[in-house]
Design a protein around this ligand. Structure first.
Ligand code: CO8
Length: 256
């Protein structure tokens, strides 16, 4: 069985389904390498404008594969160079939308937090329970969680292995939107379709500036924003979009 299933449910949209249901989509080395390869490929594929990543109804992903970590030490963890796998997702220039149903724990929660938008089914559960295993998050779980929900809620979750329901995660700022029943993937695809119909260069600049701006001071971030905003005035898609507005017709975008 392939650890990641790739589908193309709509024009310009790719859907990645984690496919280890028997292990609650635990992130085995094989699965991570496959995810890395897919993200590297989709990042380069100019026909793809948005990527949805999901698991199944029981689990988005229950974290790193604990069975593959029982007997390994620090040297082997370093040799695995898992950072390379995460970097492929982190550096993806296209918008990534996580559709989270069921458990998003440990590395699974970290994977969701690599996305730009998180759509949660109402039964989703988020947590970083690594402390229970005598370890801690290693793919952004302490840092991205604190940035998303603040120090005090993050500390409580991380130090007690506590979890958040979808609604709690939404209220805390970890989730973009909560949907009823099994509608998370459909909603994520709908959002992906909306983004895919936008001018791709504007989408790419917004993603890059928002993320880079969060890592720097406001003045520098505002300068980055202005530069990127000016740059977009040189694009064919800006001309097409504004001309279509004035002429009251529908533009199509080429990403140039
Ligand atoms: N790894 C391996 N196997 C898993 C994992 C996992 N993370 N989660 C579930 N499974 C397996 C179970 O072992 C079980 O297998 P089997 O049928 O062979 O016994 C099968 O999936 C089904 O699991 P359950 O019977 O437990 O299913 P439930 O629906 O009752 O419970 C839970 C689901 C709540 C998700 C439960 O399985 C659980 O608590 N899983 C572990 C969650 C966890 O602790 N995640 C954190 C892992 S550590 C991590 O992600 C970060 C590591 C960072 C390292 C540092 C890097 C630098």
């Amino acid at each position: 069985m392939k650890p990641v299933i790739v589908e193309y449910p709509a024009e310009h949209v790719a859907l990645l389904r984690l496919n280890r249901p028997e292990a609650r989509n635990a992130l085995s080395t094989e699965l991570r390498v496959e995810l890395r390869d897919q993200f590297n490929r989709l990042s380069e594929d100019s026909s793809i404008r948005a990527i949805v990543i999901t698991g199944d109804m029981r689990a988005f992903a229950a974290g790193a594969d604990i069975k593959g970590m029982v007997d390994i030490g620090a040297a082997e963890m370093m040799a695995r160079n898992d950072e390379k796998n995460w970097a492929a997702i982190r550096n993806c220039p296209k918008p990534v939308i996580a559709a989270v149903d069921g458990y998003a724990l440990g590395g699974g929660c970290e994977l969701a937090m690599h996305a730009d938008i998180i759509i949660a089914g109402e039964a989703a559960i988020f947590g970083q329970p690594e402390v229970r295993l005598g370890i801690m998050p290693g793919a952004g779980g302490t840092q991205r969680l604190a940035r998303a929900i603040g120090k005090y809620r993050a500390m409580l979750m991380l130090l007690t292995a506590g979890t958040l329901t979808a609604q709690e995660a939404f209220a805390a700022g970890l989730v973009s939107k909560v949907v009823d029943g099994d509608g998370a993937v459909a909603e994520a695809l709908s959002v992906a379709g909306t983004i895919a119909a936008m001018p791709p260069l504007a989408v790419a600049e917004i993603k890059q500036v928002l993320l880079a701006g969060m890592e720097t001071n406001l003045e520098t971030a505002l300068m980055l924003e202005r530069r990127a905003a000016y740059l977009l005035f040189e694009t064919d898609d800006k001309r097409a979009a504004m001309t279509a507005f004035v002429n009251k017709n529908k533009p199509s975008f080429t990403g140039s």
